[in-house]
Design a protein around this ligand. Structure first.
Ligand SMILES: [Cu+2]
Length: 140
């Protein structure tokens, strides 16, 4: 009985997947990959490998850049600024809480990184695509 309960409790962590996202690869203003499709319970680990960036949820359209402190939306996120200027490659881990689309960008330089395309989508949809979000960011 106890063993079965323990096994059932462990199932989510056994099936959960981590999705690695590199922030600032090759010193570029980018998230790699730009899109992750994940299930509830999965994690997304953002690793900053250059400069000083954030991953922060924002609006899909309209006021996209810069993302606001604290992030946008229920179950959104805000890593705050993470600096790799000392070579420490800081990480931010987000645990996926729903299957809704979430759009994120870097808040650095008053939105300049965001407008330059430093954008990311978690579970984008047919009506809210990463490509359209990127266009919205560049135009915001
Ligand atoms: Cu940045």
């Amino acid at each position: 009985m106890f063993a079965k309960a323990l096994f059932l409790a462990l199932i989510p962590s056994i099936l959960a997947v981590n999705h690695a996202v590199t922030v600032g690869a090759n010193n570029a203003l980018s998230f790699t990959p730009t899109t992750v499709v994940a299930a509830v319970g999965d994690t997304v680990t953002f690793t900053v490998v250059s400069r000083n960036h954030s991953t922060t949820t924002t609006n899909f359209s309209g006021a996209v850049c810069p993302p606001p402190v604290g992030g946008v939306g229920v179950n959104g996120w805000d890593s705050g600024f993470l600096s790799d200027l000392d070579g420490s490659q800081p990480k931010f881990v987000y645990t996926v809480k729903d299957t809704l689309p979430h759009f994120a960008a870097c808040m650095q330089a008053a939105g300049a990184h965001c407008r330059a395309g430093m954008t990311f989508a978690l579970n984008p949809t047919a009506s809210q695509t990463y490509a359209q979000f990127l266009k919205n960011a560049e135009a915001s």
